[in-house]
Write a protein that binds this ligand. Structure first.
Ligand SMILES: *Cc1c(COP(=O)(O)O)cnc(C)c1O
Length: 392
């Protein structure tokens, strides 16, 4: 892959025991200590200290599979920075919050967030295979490593049944694919039995951090609960390996449409060329880019945060320059619970009774007349002034 910041990983499982393809084995052997990680990569003094203290704020856990993708010597490896704690996490910026998207306030019953009129978010577990250091839900994720209790699930189900306007349930966490097939099926079957539910979605990072989880058995179970959509958290082209590709193929072949959600992360993927490569690689494995998130204001994540203008520039570099399917929506999840707000380059230069003046991807101006009323010279001059302002 051309645009990577550290040497390519050795993913060939030549010397791996056969049970490496077993997801239970991967979970049982998650790396959680300096001693275990040191056997695989050369840690810096800073990384070691951060790992030692990380349990106090947000635990470290890395699957052996994901660890095999990390650069052995480069602490700036884009995958290394996503899963190895940094001392920077111990600093809280004044804008940061424990619940940056105001989820607690929109939670009518435990584990359920009802923000938008017709859809809800269900937090099915607080466990992940590998904990992302940029996690927005680090206030709860990983703390107890438990799944939603049956009592809480039924409270959520009752709420959904009582609110007939809800037609879409997004199961997230934590990572819902860390539930057993049986538990997950129980959740899906129960939700599917609610007449008003049209669409079920799962948000996961399993194809990236635990691709072994995507088994044929899992897929034939998921297949029964269509329409089911899966959104996968991919952040860097190096995460697309033979294993993750196979996992995505199995899901797609089961008729499950796949989308991606990426977080813009400083020094990891905040360059147009890296995102362009990632989007192209995703389309090649039948994953349709869905969202790119501005990094939420979660406590201890300021070292990951890019400027909004970097995000706008990335979208500007995609739209029109490549396949429309490769262009995700860049969103800010509004602090305090406003929901996802799309932001991006400005294509509408001006709007008047005569119509609109627009900018294309090459930066050329075009006039789209409406109402059969010609644009006045004054309107065009004004648009030109605004245009030179937008261009800056
Ligand atoms: C992201 C999110 C959703 C789903 O939003 P879509 O734009 O429909 O993908 C629903 N509820 C909450 C609380 C969310 O954060």
């Amino acid at each position: 892959m051309p645009h990577t910041d550290c040497e390519p990983p050795d993913t060939s499982p030549v010397s791996w025991p056969s049970n490496l393809n077993d997801w239970f084995w991967q979970l049982r052997h998650r790396i959680t200590t300096v001693g275990q990680l040191e056997k695989i990569i050369n840690l810096t003094v800073e990384e070691k200290r951060a790992i030692q203290y990380s349990n106090k704020i947000f635990k470290m856990a890395i699957t052996p599979y994901f660890a095999s993708l990390l650069s052995k010597d480069d602490p700036n490896c884009p995958l290394r920075k996503q899963c190895i704690p940094s001392l920077q996490e111990f600093k809280t910026n004044i804008n940061e919050m424990s619940d940056p998207c105001g989820e607690e306030e929109d939670s009518p019953v435990p584990g359920l967030i009802h923000r938008y009129p017709d859809r809800v978010l269900l937090l099915a577990t607080d466990t992940c295979a590998t904990y992302c250091r940029h996690c927005t839900r680090r206030r709860i994720v990983g703390s107890s490593e438990t799944r939603m209790s049956t009592a809480n699930f039924h409270q959520a189900v009752n709420y959904i049944k009582e609110h007939k306007e809800i037609r879409d349930v997004l199961i997230s966490g934590g990572d819902p694919l860390l539930l057993s097939d049986e538990k997950l099926e129980y959740f899906l079957k129960t939700l599917r039995s609610i007449e008003t539910i049209e669409v079920i979605r799962i948000g996961t990072r399993a194809p990236v951090t635990l691709p072994q989880r995507i088994t044929e058995k899992l897929c034939s179970m998921l297949k029964k609960y269509q329409p089911l959509y899966i959104s996968i958290h991919f952040n860097h082209p190096k995460e697309i390996t033979a294993e993750s590709k196979k996992a995505c193929n199995l899901l797609s072949d089961s008729g499950i449409p796949l989308g991606s959600q990426s977080v813009l992360l400083k020094g990891i993927n905040d360059k147009p060329q890296i995102i362009m490569t990632l989007m192209h690689e995703l389309l090649k494995i039948r994953v349709r880019p869905y969202y790119i998130y501005q990094c939420d204001l979660a406590k201890g994540t300021s070292h990951f945060r890019t400027n909004i203008s970097a995000g706008i520039k990335i979208i500007d570099s995609l739209r029109g320059h490549t396949t429309g399917y490769a262009v995700p929506t860049y969103v800010i999840d509004a602090p305090g619970g406003g929901g996802k707000v799309p932001i991006g380059p400005e294509y509408l230069i001006s709007k008047s009774k005569s119509g609109v003046i627009i900018k294309n991807y090459e930066g050329k101006m075009f006039v789209y007349p409406e109402n059969g009323k010609p644009f006045t010279q004054e309107e065009i001059d004004k648009a030109n002034r605004q245009f030179s302002f937008v261009k800056k």
